[in-house]
Design a protein around this ligand. Sequence first.
Ligand SMILES: [Ca+2]
Length: 336
Amino acid sequence: MRAWGSNAFLLLFVFARTVYGFGGGCECKATGDPHYHTCDGVTLQYQGACAYNLASTCSHGSKDDRFIGFRILIKNKHPINQEDVSYARAVKVDFGKRTIYMDTAGNFKVDGQVIHDGDLPYESKRIIVNKHSEGGMERLVFMTDLGFKVTLDITRNERGDVIADIPPWYKNAGLCGLCGNWNDNPHDDYATKDGTIVENLSQPIRDALIADSLHQHDPELDLQECEETLANSPYTANTCTDDQLQQAQKMCDLDNRKPLKKSFKSCRPVLEEDGINYGGYIGACEYAYCSGIGHGKSTANLGACTVLKSLSDQCTEHGSKAKKKWKKKLKCFHLF
Ligand SMILES: [Ca+2]
């Protein structure tokens, strides 16, 4: 359906830009392999190959019709034989009641309906999708008349770059996702989904914990394999002394420490059957502990606890429930 002609849309776009002023918006990016650039200027690096919440309103609904609830999901995949990197392959945007899907093969869907190249630019009820090819660049673009825009750059074939332009009135309005909360404070962008600040952990485990918590199962994007890296990365840097390493090993001993062994007893076989590297969480937990120890024992504990919380979330996602006893026994108080 074409509700408007292109010119009418562009005129409205220019009108809205004039009235509301789109200056001061956020340009959030997922580029490269991938690096995430938040609205408050933080860069996160994570190579998981699942669907993630790039940016969304934390809650939906508002009396202000400019403040439309949205969610941008990004689907990453590893290139063939390159498990250590991943690239954006598809983007799905829920904007109000509309759903827009685009991928690096150049496909568009709006509200589930395939949009053929011959129908571009496609305009309908205040949204437009289009392809732009110029100067050797090829981009798929979704935009609304109020300045919200999501671009998937497919110039490098299966190595997509995503840019989300978010209008200024979403600032301080409660944003969630890898783009951060956009409140001019870069420090709280280093937060997991439940709000745990992991800024003081070292980069690989810090960014893995943040992104891992923002994994978003989506039937359209996650149909194929979903490969997490939190439990699969080779965490080699070790900032623990021998004594501290012993503390880390005790804290993270999923195989033998009673509160852990008991709490995850029923979940473990479920995860292993689903191909999750359960044992990998031990290494990730020890690494997280050691990467925080330079800031004191409470930061070290926070790192280990957050990895175990991620494991517990995996249990829930795979249809099993870990018992909660371990949180109290291991003094993971920040998780309550
Ligand atoms: Ca922030």
